[in-house]
Design a protein around this ligand. Structure first.
Ligand code: CRA
Length: 788
């Protein structure tokens, strides 16, 4: 410890010629980060040597949403409190690091899951390293101007990045048709908790092989002189801001192939150091988890690299199949990657050629297994000049898994039905999880202390199942303590929102919170409609005994997603109306906080009274925000979808607020017909609420009845050429949702009974630790070692 402060002092001196107390927040961040890196260097090296000697797993992911590193790393090292005190002695508030941006190299759940997995693997001593992309710009920053989302660039590296070491001498080259670039690795240490084990996240940055063309420069062709540099750097310049949506752009395909090829070359080089050119142990020593299909080009790439080593295609493919496993994260059609064959030929022709070989092999194998021609047709990896990446991934993997029980069942029964019939032994479920270090220990020290007191130790930090013990101590005193902690966290969030967004949130109101990416299937619009329903009932004096409630939204919309952006504007219009209406403003408040990200989430999930998880049943593969709220004691107000089902199972459905159509109901309506317009015509309350989109109540910037709200209105009531009316069943679910929300509001007034529900949620959240998930991957898929 003393050591860290000495190291900090030295860095401050040598880098900035300053004393610690003179450093700017960015300088202090860099110096302290480097001091921490110095502290752990020995353990990191030792862990690498250990992992080199054993079977190991790799997590390939286009996204790692790590969030802010400083507090987490100090926390996992067990020195956060001491460093806080030591800095305080110098007159420095450790909160200065809140000025440092998150590392937002991910969109949402999928990227954050990857980060939680790395954290859990490090803590549970699973030899798992991550491979991904070091984007120059992460997910855009969101401003809200006049109720609209405005995007700005996330230049996270402007603070310097003390957490990554550039490993120049392990750079490799990656070739596309007509372009060869350098891939330079940046290694980030992933620090385990209560262990000396440290894993590695290796992120690749694209650079030019030749930075600068001197001849062109001398011929005064200044642009040409840097052309190659720009073309190369563009590959890792920016993260695609889509969540759950496939975008078939050349640059995206390049990003995917770029990091896959570099990572495989890296793994093969390490292997060669041990075994020379004998690749027969490759799949025994290495297993690779594909985080969705984004990294699936590494299947043909591994085949290609092995063929370069002298293997024939069939043998190379067998090694690949033994090496890879695939996690599917979505059933949404628009998110399933389907790359046009000509685009692949244009960018990575050799890879496309190998995919053709794999596709043929697959059809031959199916023929040999006696699979019916119709079924075989549905399983074509290349179909009508389109490459189906989920099929390729399924065919080329040892195991395929979904991310919650319900989701895995839907994969087996629907999305990958034919594959499940032919290869049932490949399918597994691995319900997602979250790390309790960041999502309880770090973000909620007050609740952590209460839990530690009640269960008798902080063993929950590395074994969340210990929380079960809480079930036996839910008495009046504990409930009161919990309620007081929640109150404190609500005040803290109110202060934070004031600082970040300037809003005055009433800390005595119920906090009903929906934070996640903006997507139609997540149904933020349904939440907005429920608020308008309640608003009208309050105005009409039809709703009595309503406890004042603050509805908080946070969500980024993909910049090209017009409907999602219209929904943001609509929520902000509602906020303007209800927050300023003297009749309702003390009963209802609505706030849309801007730039929702990991750091904001850390303040929000701890302060929620209700966790909104309202996706159309069958469409949210798992959700992980739901688990963060549960762990911090907020009951779920949600549908039986994704991991909500398991949350309700664990805590008891009577301790959640479950509403709406179930998967079977949705299926039935799809089959037998669903007529939202009829429901709307028959129910004046629904009609009144939905029509606020078009009746002049709100302003969407367009001429009345022509702007983006009109388009939303149409999407709910009119079939279009490409989509059925109310595709996500908002109108069907609205009445039950409103009833359930009002029931929650009523029950909240009984502070003791409600507090009990909250504590039961916490006590039964053990399953949702990513430690549990990662140990299941280690035992059931990867067959690596783990902490005993
Ligand atoms: N958007 C799912 O939609 C799930 C995460 C992590 C998602 C979430 O329900 O919790 O993955 N899917 O498993 C996805 O990204 C490409 O598919 C997500 O984050």
């Amino acid at each position: 410890m003393g050591n860290i402060m000495e190291k900090l002092e030295l860095t401050a001196q040598s880098m900035y010629c300053k004393k610690i107390e003179e450093l700017t927040p960015a300088e202090l961040h860099y110096s302290l980060g480097k001091a921490v890196m110095g502290e752990i260097a020995g353990n990191w090296e030792a862990s690498k040597i250990k992992h080199d000697s054993e079977r190991r797993a790799y997590y390939f992911s286009a996204e790692f949403l790590m969030g802010r590193m400083m507090y987490n790393n100090l926390y996992c090292l067990g020195i956060l409190e001491d460093v806080t005190k030591l800095l305080k002695k110098k007159g420095i508030d450790i909160n200065v690091f809140e000025d440092i941006d998150d590392a937002a190299l991910g969109n949402g759940g999928l990227g954050r899951l990857a980060a939680c997995f790395l954290d859990s693997a490090a803590t549970q001593e699973v030899p798992l390293d991550g491979y991904g992309i070091r984007y120059k710009y992460g997910l855009f920053k969101q401003l809200i101007e006049n109720g609209y989302q405005v995007e700005t660039a996330d230049n996270w590296q402007r603070f310097e990045d003390p957490w990554c070491n550039r490993v120049e001498d392990e750079a490799v080259t990656v070739s596309f048709k007509g372009q060869t670039v350098k891939a330079v690795p940046y290694d980030m240490a992933v620090i385990g908790c209560k262990t000396t084990n440290i894993n590695t996240l290796r992120l690749w940055q694209a650079e030019a092989v030749n930075d600068f063309d001197f001849t062109a420069f001398n011929n005064t062709e200044y642009n040409n002189a840097v052309q190659e540099k720009n073309d190369a750097e563009n590959i890792t310049k920016v993260l695609y801001p889509n969540d759950n949506k496939y975008e078939g752009k050349v640059l995206r395909l390049k990003q995917q192939y770029f990091f896959c090829s570099a990572s495989l070359q890296d793994i093969m080089r390490r292997y060669k150091k041990k075994h020379g050119n004998d690749f027969s142990f490759f799949a025994k020593e290495n297993t690779i988890q594909l985080n969705d299909t984004h990294p699936v080009s590494c299947v043909p790439e591994l085949v290609r690299l092995l063929m370069n080593e002298g293997f024939n295609f069939d043998d190379a493919f067998e090694i690949a199949r033994k090496t890879f496993n695939y996690t599917n994260h979505t059933v949404l059609g628009e998110a399933l990657e389907k790359w046009p064959a000509d685009l692949m030929t244009q960018v990575i022709p050799e890879i496309y050629h190998i995919i053709c070989l794999i596709a043929n092999k697959c059809q031959e194998e199916l023929t040999a297994k006696g699979v019916h021609e119709d079924t075989k047709a549905k399983m074509r990896i290349i179909d009508g000049n389109v490459v189906h990446m989920a099929r390729l991934a399924t065919y080329a993997s040892t195991y395929v898994n979904g991310v919650a029980e319900l989701h895995t069942e839907i994969l087996k029964a629907d999305v990958l039905k034919e594959w499940y019939q032919v290869y049932p032994e490949r399918f597994q479920n691995k319900t997602n999880g979250i790390t309790q270090r960041r999502w309880l220990g770090l973000c909620n020290p007050e609740l952590s202390a209460l839990i530690t007191e009640k269960v008798g130790s902080d063993a929950w930090l590395t074994d969340l199942s210990v929380l079960e013990k809480l079930n036996d101590c839910i008495d009046t005193r504990t409930i009161t303590k919990f309620n007081n902690i929640k109150k404190k966290k609500k005040q803290q969030l109110a202060d934070y929102i004031k600082k970040m967004d300037g809003y005055d949130v009433n800390p005595d109101s119920i906090y009903d919170i929906q934070v996640k990416r903006l997507h139609e299937y997540k149904r933020q619009l349904l939440n907005a409609f429920s608020i308008m329903t309640i608003y009208f009932r309050l105005k009409d004096k039809k709703l009595k005994n309503w406890t004042p409630t603050t509805f908080i939204f946070g969500a980024k919309a993909a910049p090209g997603y017009a409907r999602a952006k219209a929904i943001i504007k609509y929520i902000n219009e509602i906020a303007k109306l209800v927050n300023n209406d003297p009749e309702t403003k003390d009963l209802l408040q609505v706030y849309f906080i801007s730039n929702y990200n990991v750091s904001y989430a850390e303040k929000i999930v701890v302060a929620a009274d209700l966790s909104e998880q309202t996706s159309t049943a069958g469409l949210e593969a798992s959700g992980t925000g739901n688990m963060k709220f549960m762990l911090n004691g907020a009951p779920t107000l949600g549908t039986l979808d994704g991991a909500n089902v398991e949350i309700a199972e664990c805590a008891g459905i009577e301790n959640e607020y479950i509403f709406g159509a179930k998967v079977e109901d949705i299926e039935r309506m799809k089959k037998e017909g669903y007529h939202p317009k009829a429901l709307y015509d028959a129910n004046p309350e629904i009609k009144r609420v939905v029509d606020t989109l078009i009746d002049g109540t709100f302003d969407d910037g367009g001429a009345q009845g022509e702007g983006s709200f009109k388009e939303l209105h149409d999407s709910l009531l009119k079939d279009s050429s490409w989509q059925k009316a109310d595709n996500y069943f908002l109108i069907y679910d609205l009445p039950d949702y409103v009833d359930t929300k009002i029931r929650a509001n009523t029950e909240y007034a009984n502070r003791k009974e409600f507090g009990k529900k909250c504590l039961i949620n916490i006590a039964n959240a053990g399953k949702f630790s990513s430690d549990r998930t990662i140990l299941q991957y280690a035992k059931e898929i990867w067959h690596t070692s783990y902490k005993k």
